[in-house]
Design a protein. Structure first.
Length: 237
């Protein structure tokens, strides 16, 4: 019975209020779609980051790891892309005859920053839409409510004896717009805060990995200044 009454109120609402309700419904669906897809993306990125971090620190020959990452380059993301970009630039500079540690590390760090920025953009993509829904949906719903209340009171001009029964349906249909605005905004705000926190934490892990990787490559650069090295290895000492 309640669902039938709500449907009747929506169908009897003014065109402007119905348009507001439609906009809010679309915003709510979009927010839920983004929330679900981003949750899956971030969860997948977290698993890959953990796996690659373990593989990296258990690998003694970085050239072998680099070749493996290059073979799977189309499907690799996150830490693997940062590692690939940094290692590729380090090797390229070395082949060009750059031997000074500062030059090698500067080029490697720049390449890794570019890769980090790209991965950050992927993780943060469409999160702003959740913030937009969370901040604007209540105001859009409020606009629909104000318009509906105005429409309800204007209709009283043709009634000689105004009663609660005559104005209540109009106010009820107007308040549905505010309810829909809150229904769209509250989940969007919760999802945005949760996903943003997870993204920040994951990017922090990327930064920690990059710092550790740069430390290893700095050791390699120092060794190149004293003697030629056939391969790229890492030590945890």
């Amino acid at each position: 019975m309640l669902n039938s009454d709500l449907l009747d109120l929506v169908l009897m609402a003014s065109p402007v209020v119905q348009a507001v309700m439609l906009i809010l419904a679309i915003m709510s669906i979009a927010a839920w779609s983004v929330s679900i897809s981003k949750s899956h993306q971030i969860r997948k990125a977290q698993k890959r980051a953990k796996l690659f971090d373990t593989t990296f620190w258990n690998t003694q020959e970085l050239t072998t790891l680099f070749n493996e990452v290059v073979r799977n380059s189309d499907s690799e993301t996150g830490m693997a892309k940062i590692f690939e970009s940094g290692f590729r630039e380090f090797v390229r500079l070395k082949k060009q005859g750059v031997m000074h540690t500062a030059d090698l590390m500067a080029g490697t760090e720049r390449a890794m920053k570019v890769a980090f920025s790209k991965e950050s953009d992927k993780l943060e993509k469409r999160l702003s839409m959740l913030a937009t829904v969370g901040s604007s949906a209540p105001y859009i719903g409020l606009f629909g409510t104000v318009w509906g209340v105005m429409h309800a009171f204007q209709s009283l001009g043709d009634v000689q004896h105004a009663t609660l029964a005559s104005v209540a349906p109009g106010i009820s249909e107007a308040l549905i717009a505010t309810a829909l605005g809150l229904f769209a905004a509250i989940p969007a705000v919760i999802a945005y805060n949760s996903l943003s926190t997870k993204v920040d934490r994951l990017l922090g892990e990327y930064e920690n990995f990059a710092e550790g990787f740069l430390t290893i490559m700095q050791r390699q650069a120092h060794s190149f200044e004293t003697q030629p090295v056939a391969g790229f290895t890492q030590t945890n000492s």
